[in-house]
Design a protein around this ligand. Structure first.
Ligand code: FPP
Length: 281
């Protein structure tokens, strides 16, 4: 028992020490510009499981723990938006047992996240799930909806979790809805202006923007794809016209505080170039 208490005390001291080191490093980094929106393609969970001789499911569990750590670091750095690619529409084509196991894990973790004392509530994180949510099974969809309503009062950080998501689906749906909206407007105007044909009204980029799953979220400053890949894999294509891509070689569950530090340094080195490109766009 004494041994247990001793170990607990040591772990507590280590946590305090790490948090102090983090604070010092973050205050140095904060002298320069810090991104306000990071987006992650959390690649490499299965490879990690294989490498560590774990079940695939445990690779995803390790990936979820890393997501929680990353959220804490981003919060400490004062970032406003974090977006993660948790499940693409194409992922539904994986083996049914794998899809089932990942969905069960998501449901379990979402339910944990909305508990009163969870990190999400302690740090004031508002969660949005973005994607074609109709494609989710009923229990997962209810968990997702519950998480969005239970965190609606949190306002420090916005976590956007893209599930049942692909950019091409997002764009096609937004264009479709914008056309329908425009047709309704024309119909209403024609009805009140009998006999006069309405002039053709083009659909603007801003109209489509308003109908995106990511509506209201500023475009990401950097997309980080772990495991060294440099493909966007149908993630945030509409939102990444002026965005950096960073691809550390580490698998997602291996991502640590130091990878985040390197990401910020990469952002700071490219800041003026990015600012110039944004101005031109
Ligand atoms: C509640 C919540 C937000 C949970 C998120 C859990 C989590 C870490 C999901 C990642 C899912 C995924 C398909 C990652 C891609 O890597 P991969 O598994 O395809 O790995 P590979 O590239 O090694 O094959």
């Amino acid at each position: 028992m004494d041994m247990e208490r001793e170990n607990h005390k040591k772990a507590g001291l280590f946590d305090n020490f790490s948090s102090l080191i983090r604070k010092c490093i973050f205050s140095v980094l904060s002298v320069g510009p810090v991104p306000s929106h990071l987006a992650f393609i959390m690649d490499g969970n299965r490879r990690y499981a294989k490498k560590q001789n774990l079940l695939e499911r445990d690779g995803y569990r390790a990936g979820f723990s890393v997501l929680i750590n990353v959220l804490r670091y981003c919060y400490e750095l004062g970032m406003k938006h974090i977006t993660v690619y948790a499940f693409s529409i194409d992922n539904f084509k994986r083996r049914p047992e794998e899809v089932q196991s990942l969905m069960e894990l998501m449901q379990e973790k979402i339910e944990e996240l909305i508990e009163e004392e969870s990190i999400v509530n302690r740090l004031g994180i508002r969660i949005y799930f973005r994607g074609n949510l109709k494609l989710l099974s009923e229990p997962v969809r209810s968990a997702v909806e519950m998480a969005m309503s239970k965190t609606a009062g949190n306002s420090k950080v916005v976590l956007s979790v893209c599930v049942a998501y692909t950019s091409t689906d997002e764009i096609a749906r937004a264009v479709q809805e914008s056309c329908e909206e425009k047709q309704d407007e024309i119909r209403e105007r024609d009805a009140s202006n009998a006999g006069n044909y309405a002039l053709e009204q083009p659909i603007e980029v801003a109209d489509i923007d308003r109908h995106m799953y990511m509506a209201g979220v500023p475009d990401p400053d950097i997309i980080i794809r772990t495991s060294g890949g440099t493909r966007l894999s149908n993630f945030l294509l509409w939102q990444s016209a002026c965005c950096l891509l960073y691809s550390p070689r580490a698998l997602w569950p291996e991502i640590s505080f130091w990878h985040l530090v390197l990401t910020i340094i990469y952002f700071q080195r490219n800041y003026f170039y990015l600012k110039e490109k944004k101005k031109q766009a």
